[in-house]
Ligand binder design. Structure first.
Ligand SMILES: [Zn+2]
Length: 164
């Protein structure tokens, strides 16, 4: 149904890295966090790719409690976030519409999200990040639309550059 991708700029020899057998282990997440921190602190070219302008809408994941939709404005400081884009085909996931945008700003019901979405939120949180951009939750969808986000929404709401 979808996939969650993480692209990091890893500037070190692969044979120096010890990988844990499970991608779900604390050791694996420590390795990924170490890559991310190294990328952000030592790679000049990666700093150039950090966007100063956050996306129009993003999912905020608090330390505790339910995630919610965050609508940014020109005063919102830049932050790191993960992204998840997918094609949902005939299955209609929970998606952002003018009818639920207010409710989703108060709370996003995680139990109504697909397993892919739930995993993406969990991975983001375990990486120590608090925001994720998911197309169906951050781009306004037409009520009857199936298959893909409204194309006219893409230029304004889609992140132009992503940190990770
Ligand atoms: Zn880098």
């Amino acid at each position: 149904m979808g996939s969650f991708g993480l692209i990091l700029h890893v500037q070190q020899a692969w044979n120096n890295v010890q990988f844990d057998a499970s991608t779900d282990s604390q050791a694996s997440f420590s390795t990924v966090s170490d890559w991310l921190n190294r990328c952000l602190t030592t790679h000049t070219i990666c700093h150039m790719n950090l966007s100063a302008t956050p996306p129009t809408r993003v999912v905020h994941i608090p330390e505790s409690g339910k995630p919610r939709l965050l609508v940014t404005n020109e005063n919102t400081p830049a932050f790191l976030y993960t992204t998840l884009s997918h094609c949902w085909g005939s299955h209609m996931p929970l998606r952002l519409t003018t009818g639920n945008i207010e409710a989703l700003q108060a709370e996003i019901p995680v139990e109504k999200l697909s397993r892919t979405f739930q995993d993406a939120l969990e991975i983001t949180k375990r990486m120590g990040l608090k925001h994720i951009w998911i197309d169906s939750l951050c781009v306004l969808q037409a009520p009857s639309q199936i298959g893909s986000p409204s194309l006219h929404q893409w230029p304004r709401s889609t992140p132009t550059r992503t940190a990770i």
